[in-house]
Design a protein around this ligand. Structure first.
Ligand code: CTP
Length: 404
């Protein structure tokens, strides 16, 4: 899960409609509370059959909106006031009913009236029985909603409350946040029509059937870049080594193990790419021989012969086609800027992202990073320590600004 400061102080309305997945909205609300968002919650009457308003009032710290004509207020325009207040509305879960009402312009309760009065991007996260999901009217409604510029976080295939497997489970929390990040992105769709290829994570170089060489890369920076490119509307190809993270949805993910497999996967895909971003921590060397059976101790010191792996980024940069942007990373523990500038030049890159894994709050496996951005035109930007997803946003802003 990626923390980000994009949601801090932003005014977000969460709409909860009546499906069994309603209980899962608690985690979504909690995530946003921890990110410092200003939250208000509204519920349909059916939603209150599944989860109590008190739960969501406690989590959000505010009364939950439910009635168009509440007894305890003289105002009949609360739905319009809330719609005016919202920077984004997220409907989690969204029933077939609310999708139908919104697509059909119907406002007959607090939630549907607020949605109709809204003038901000809305995220719908549908969850329903798979026959309902496949119903052509539901699909037509979704299409209308998409066409109007709103966002859909598609449901997942899996075990349904009905007791069997099918399409229709509410998307997992990571996917909801990935979608909300896109919905609220200040440059949403700024890469519409572009293809971005990203490499991420470590590679593993086998020594025998039970051992390998690798490094401490978690893949977090690369996956954050993939979220970022997705939020900007790009087609994303994510080629990643072995990682413990959930690969994002809505993109082509290619899982590899070794540097040579990553090299091949990049060669198979990079021609299509307008951007190539090499965030993977590729092992520079591999054992010259991979034993077919487990290597046994012999009691004497062991000598290992290593041979060089291909430099994936250098290959791509050498064979680049006109207009392709190539961005690399430089992981340096000393003489950072000198080494990064050398790599920028030697590998013919457009930009390089320098970081030092030994610095506090930077490097592998943590949620934050502290980087310096260098462009081939000489521009240099030093960023403060920030979440990796926020670093990813700055990297795209920087390259778009410097390589128009
Ligand atoms: N890279 C790559 N293939 C390799 C090695 C590195 O594509 N075999 C890419 C990395 O993804 C990164 C950039 O090249 O974008 C620089 O990687 P880094 O590890 O910092 O430097 P190296 O080029 O490997 O040089 P050195 O290890 O000597 O610092």
């Amino acid at each position: 899960m990626f923390p980000t400061d994009l949601f801090r102080d932003r005014k977000i309305v969460v709409g909860v409609t009546g499906g069994i997945a309603a209980y899962k909205v608690c985690e979504f609300i909690r995530y946003l509370v921890t990110r410092g968002s200003q939250l208000r919650v509204m519920m349909t009457r059916s939603a209150t059959e599944f989860i109590t308003p008190l739960t969501l009032e406690t989590l959000s710290g505010h009364p939950v909106y439910r009635e168009l004509f509440p007894q305890d207020t003289f105002s009949a325009t609360q739905h319009v006031n809330l719609a005016d207040w919202a920077e984004t509305i997220a409907v989690v879960p969204a029933t077939a009913n609310i999708l139908g009402k919104f697509a059909g312009g119907i406002a007959d309760d607090f939630v549907s009236s607020t949605l109709l009065a809204a003038h901000c991007p809305i995220l719908f996260a549908p969850a329903m029985n798979h026959h309902m999901w496949e119903n052509p009217f539901v699909q037509q409604n979704l299409e209308r909603i998409r066409q109007a510029g709103h966002e859909i976080c598609p449901p997942e295939y899996g075990f349904l409350a009905e007791g069997y497997e099918g399409m229709g489970r509410l998307a997992r929390l990571e996917y909801l946040i990935q979608s909300l990040y896109r919905t609220m992105h200040p440059a949403r769709d700024s890469l519409q029509g572009k293809t971005v290829l990203i490499t991420a994570g470590p590679t593993r170089e086998p020594l025998d059937p039970v051992r390998y060489f690798s490094n401490f890369s978690s893949g977090k920076m690369g996956l954050a870049l993939a979220w970022e490119a997705f939020a900007r509307g790009a087609r994303v190809i994510l080629i990643h080594g072995p990682i413990q993270l959930t690969p994002p949805f809505g993109m082509e993910c290619v899982a590899v193990e070794t540097a040579r497999q990553m090299h091949q996967a990049v060669l198979d895909h990079y021609q299509d790419a307008d951007w190539v971003i090499s965030a993977a921590a590729v092992a520079d060397f591999r054992p010259k021989r991979t034993a077919e059976e487990k290597i046994k101790k012999s009691g004497t010191p062991m000598q290992l012969e290593l041979e060089a792996n291909p430099d994936i980024l250098a290959t791509v940069a050498k064979e680049r086609r006109a207009g392709q942007l190539i961005i690399g990373f430089a992981v340096e523990t000393h003489d950072g800027e000198k080494n990064a500038r050398r790599k920028l030049q030697e590998k013919s890159l457009d930009a390089i992202v320098l970081n030092n894994p030994l610095e506090k709050g930077a490097g592998f496996a943590v949620d934050t990073n502290r980087v310096t951005l260098l462009h081939r035109n000489g521009t240099r930007v030093e960023l403060d320590i920030m979440y990796k997803l926020d670093v990813a946003r700055k990297i795209f802003d920087f390259v778009l600004e410097q390589s128009p």
